[in-house]
Design a protein around this ligand. Structure first.
Ligand SMILES: [Zn+2]
Length: 172
């Protein structure tokens, strides 16, 4: 209930979020990511949804479902030739990749490789990083929220309050 009150206060007075995910969708996706790490390797997902006034996440598409070999080195490496099925799914559903998420063993800062290889190299795109193999904190405020500025530059928005990423109910 406290979180609904803070959401209502934010709707009335605050800066609206840029990326939103329903809590049940987020919790199910994050639990599945945690499971796929087996506590010892990174895992991740494309976050599909719709662009409107803000980006709304509706579906997780896990990297190892797109490319079964993507997690085998311990860090995420997706073979671009495997992406055709993802784009076909997007065309069929009308969904777009609105953000991405991956898991780190430790903290939620970006690695050099994360900065050099944006999953979607589109200005404004948000890359979420879950610390501790997604086995601990998984809510905005305690996770990585990194926004792409273009030209391999990023803005770290993880500690902004209110956070640009909101998990929970938000009016359409
Ligand atoms: Zn990373």
């Amino acid at each position: 209930m406290a979180s609904l009150i803070s959401t209502l206060a934010r709707i009335a007075f605050g800066r609206p979020p840029e990326l939103v995910c329903r809590r049940d969708v987020w919790q199910a996706g994050v639990a599945e990511l945690h499971r796929r790490t087996h506590g010892r390797r990174e895992a991740g997902a494309f976050l599909l949804g719709r662009h409107g006034k803000r980006r709304v996440i509706e579906e997780f598409v896990f990297y190892d479902d797109v490319d079964p070999a993507s997690l085998s080195t311990g860090i995420v490496v997706i073979d671009g030739r495997r992406l055709g099925a993802l784009w076909a799914h997007c065309r069929a559903t009308g969904l777009k990749v609105v953000a991405d998420v991956h898991v780190h063993p430790g903290g939620y800062g970006q690695s050099e490789s994360d900065q050099a290889n944006p999953v979607i190299a589109e200005i404004g795109h948000i890359a979420v990083i879950l610390p501790n193999f997604a086995g601990g904190a998984t809510d905005p405020g305690a996770i990585g929220v990194h926004q792409y500025l273009g030209n391999k530059q990023w803005r770290n928005r993880s500690r902004e309050r209110p956070n640009p990423f909101h998990v929970g109910w938000w009016p359409r």
